[in-house]
Design a protein around this ligand. Structure first.
Ligand code: ADP
Length: 631
């Protein structure tokens, strides 16, 4: 059987699932690319920020280190010590002021001044400016207190007089073990922050409390990274560290997760950086401690480029994965299509092979059947030929039998005139001798009549025996019946058979061959006589009346015989069907009668006779019914 090559159900179901899976995988690839790029970008950003922070921290430390020694150097000069010893000496004050001014200028610091042990400024490099420190007391400053304790002090703050921010370095001036004064040099750290300004990401320096000391975002200076505890606030107020800058407010940095191990912040309020307004979204916060002062350097790196790159990577990852999947899908589909084609071809070839085998098998079976059929046909033909020959022979034999029967009748018919002829001719001789000529003439006339009668009998016989096709001509049923009866008279008389004829006086003519009709009737009458042999009352009724079918008459021959069984009735007209003893009947009479009647458009049938026995009904075509031509 040829199976249709079908796409497997699994394959059909899988396609949308595969597509979905492909999208999910591509999305995962995109996510992975995003994640990787984000991590790598964040790590790079962090490394960059760290480098920068180290640089800045280095610069800051160098600056601090550079100026750390300045107060000690300044303190070496005797003019300061002299002033401390004679604070009211105007010349000493002048000398100290001039010295401090020169030293400050040479060192590049903002201001340099000398305080006594009570924090009172005795001399200052800015003695000749409106913001002169001379006479001001800075005892509240931590750097003073530290120096008083005998240690160098460091302090970042906003000048209460100068209002400039700066880093204060202090150094105690001793007289033996006693601190008699403090030398202070203040440096401006803003210039350290100058290179930062060019950087687009904000950089801040905070003190240990988170107060922004330096910033590339000017607005953030002296603001807070986080709100200050109350204690710290009080301490700052005491030292007036940032009092001049006003109240300290938080910048407004909100946590926004982390990246590459560094926290992310975003801005609560808008702010402007060195190159325009800052974005509000996430910044990566990297910090580095500046150990000398307990400060922290903080850089806020914009995460936007990193995120942008991550987004691009995600898109690229998604696109590449999608492309690769599409390629893979195309390959898989192509391979599947090839496999299906191959399977289809194979199935087709298999089916073709099977078909060929079947065709071969069928062909050989048909050939065998054909040969068998041919043999059968040959046998049938042979049998038919044999049958035909046998039938011919039998028909001939039947004819001979009929002839024999007829011969007996004929002999009887001829015997009578022959005997009369004999008597008449003998009488004629005697009468001639007696010269009774008129009587001789009468005898001779009688002889002539008898000879004519005999000639008619022999003529009839000749035409009965002749095997000519039935003539299609109008004829009288009564004449045919007479002819048949003339041959049976002796038998009927001998067997006591009574024959009644019911033929109307104005008998219509029928289309038939008179001699053949006579032959048919003779056969029917003989059969009737045979059937009545075993019964006592022997009577045959021959009647001619109008048939139900227009244009036909019905001729019935009914006997009072033993009748026929329904089984025999069905086979009556079969050739060679007979119930008679061997030698008495061939079973051809009725079949020949049927054939003759068919030849002239008539029919014959048998049925039980009304008074028992059998009735044969012949339907004969009327000759004078306007249908006098062959159909
Ligand atoms: P045959 O007379 O040689 O047997 P038929 O063909 O004339 O052949 O008749 C066939 C058979 O039909 C007869 O053997 C007989 O059994 C049956 N048959 C014919 N006519 C009659 C009849 N009138 N009554 C009973 N049987 C009949």
């Amino acid at each position: 059987m040829v199976h249709a090559v079908r796409k497997p159900f699994r394959g059909r179901l899988r396609t949308p699932l595969l597509a979905l899976l492909g999208v999910v995988l591509a999305a995962l690839a995109g996510f992975a690319a995003w994640r990787a790029e984000l991590d790598a970008g964040a790590a790079a950003l962090r490394a960059q920020a760290d480098t920068r922070l180290h640089n800045y921290a280095g610069a800051l430390s160098a600056e601090i280190g550079r100026y750390g020694y300045l107060p000690s150097l300044i303190a070496l000069d005797g003019r300061l010590r002299r002033l401390l010893e004679q604070p009211r000496d105007a010349a000493a004050v002048r000398a100290a002021n001039a010295y401090l001014q020169r030293a400050n200028r040479a060192a590049g610091s903002s201001v340099a001044y000398l305080m006594d042990a009570h924090g009172l400024t005795l001399a200052s490099s800015n003695w000749d400016t409106p913001i002169s420190f001379v006479g001001a007391n800075f005892a509240f400053r931590p750097y003073f207190r530290e120096a008083l304790r005998g240690q160098p002090g460091r302090f970042y703050g906003i000048g209460t007089i100068s209002r400039d921010s700066g880093l204060y370095f202090s150094q105690p001036l001793r007289d033996g073990a006693r601190v008699i004064g403090v030398v202070v040099a203040k440096i401006d750290l803003d210039r350290v922050a100058v290179p930062w300004q060019g950087w687009r990401d904000p950089v801040l320096v905070t003190d240990r409390n988170g107060v922004v000391l330096l910033s590339s975002v000017p607005a953030w200076r002296f603001e807070l990274l986080a709100p200050l505890p109350e204690k710290v606030r009080q301490h700052l107020a005491q030292t007036q560290q940032y009092t001049v800058a006003g109240p300290l407010r938080p910048i407004g940095l909100l946590p926004a997760g982390s990246a590459a191990g560094a926290p992310l912040w975003r801005l609560a309020h808008p702010a402007s950086g060195s190159s325009g307004p800052l974005p509000r979204h996430a910044f990566m916060a990297n910090s580095l401690a500046v150990p000398a002062l307990g400060w922290r350097l903080l850089s806020l790196s914009d995460m936007r480029p990193v995120r942008e790159a991550a987004r691009r990577s995600a898109l690229a990852g998604f696109a590449i994965a999608g492309l690769l999947e599409s390629l893979a899908l195309v390959l898989v589909l192509r391979r599947r299509a090839q496999a299906e084609r191959a399977a289809g071809r194979e199935a087709l070839e298999r089916a073709y092979g099977e078909l060929e085998q079947r065709v071969d098998a069928r062909t050989s079976a048909l050939t065998q059947a054909n040969a068998a059929l041919q043999r059968e046909v040959d046998e049938r033909e042979r049998a038919e030929a044999a049958l035909r020959q046998t039938m011919d022979e039998l028909a001939q034999a039947a004819k001979m039998a009929a002839l024999g029967q007829m011969a007996a009748g004929v002999a009887h018919e001829l015997n009578q005139p022959l005997a009369a002829l004999h008597t008449l001719s003998d009488n004629a001789v005697v009468l001639l001798d007696k010269q009774r000529l008129p009587e001789v003439r009468g005898n001779l006339d009688a002889i002539s009549g008898l000879v004519r009668r005999m000639a008619r009998i022999t003529g009839d016989l000749k035409s009965f025996a002749r095997k000519a096709p039935a003539a299609w001509q109008p004829c009288w049923v009564s004449k045919a019946l007479d002819g048949a009866l003339s041959l049976l008279q002796r038998r009927f008389a001998h067997e006591g058979i009574e024959l009644q004829r019911h033929i109307p006086v104005d008998e219509p003519r029928v289309m038939c061959d008179e001699l053949r009709l006579q032959q048919v009737l003779l056969n029917l009458l003989v059969n009737a006589a045979d059937a009545m042999q075993g019964v006592e009352r022997r009577r045959i009724d021959v009647s001619l009346d109008v048939d139900a079918t227009p244009g036909f008459v019905r001729l019935r021959v009914a006997d009072s015989g033993e009748g026929i069984t329904p089984a025999a009735r069905e086979r009556l007209f079969e050739p060679f069907f007979t119930t008679k003893a061997q030698g008495t009947g061939l079973g051809l009479g009725l079949s020949i009668a049927q054939r003759i009647l068919r030849e002239v458009g008539a029919s014959i049938d048998a049925q039980p006779a009304p008074g028992g026995g059998t009735e044969f009904v012949l339907r004969l075509r009327l000759a004078d019914h306007g249908v006098d031509e062959h159909e």
